[in-house]
Design a binder for this molecule. Structure first.
Ligand SMILES: [Zn+2]
Length: 170
């Protein structure tokens, strides 16, 4: 952080960061060219009152320092924003991975369920597929399974995921 690297300081200790918009007295600021030998024509911010009443402590800030300040502030904001976007990407990717695994599991269970149903239509009175145990069991044979349905469901799931990925990365 370099927010206060070149902040203007008054005798009262008050300071501003970036480009000032108003003086502490409430008056609008104007830029003036310095008349001193060491800073000839160097621009600075000052209110009209401050320029007339030299003894009062009004805002004073060099324009070039204010611009550097402003650039540093924008840089800091930009870095913060980039960090936020990066962490959001990581978070969303993890969420998508979990969702993909969930879809995979659901598809697998659906496949087993359909296999069991196909089996049960041929061999009547088979209550096996209604139990949780059978649902998760990979031992159920998939001999009479229709591969077209499997491909269709998988295509829909993959298409959805590809769409989400495209939305995220663009
Ligand atoms: Zn002022």
């Amino acid at each position: 952080m370099s927010s206060s690297s070149s902040s203007s300081r008054s005798h009262t200790g008050r300071q501003t960061t970036g480009i000032p918009t108003r003086c502490w007295c409430g008056a609008n600021l104007t830029t003036f060219g310095a008349q001193t030998k060491e800073n000839l024509f160097r621009r600075f911010y000052r209110c009209e009152i401050g320029l007339k009443r030299k003894t009062e402590h009004h805002l004073f800030k060099w324009v070039d320092e204010a611009i550097v300040d402003e650039i540093n502030m924008v840089d800091a904001k930009h870095s913060q924003l980039k960090e936020d976007v990066d962490s959001f990407k990581i978070y969303t990717s993890r969420r998508l991975e979990i969702q993909a695994k969930h879809i995979e599991q659901t598809l697998h269970q659906l496949k087993i369920l359909m296999d069991a149903k196909t089996d049960s239509c041929c061999t009547q009175d088979s209550p096996a597929f209604t139990t949780e145990d059978t649902l998760a069991s990979p031992t159920v044979a998939s001999t009479a399974y229709n591969p077209l349905t499997n491909i269709a469901v998988a295509a829909i799931a993959l298409g959805t995921m590809a769409w989400i990925y495209a939305r995220l990365t663009n």
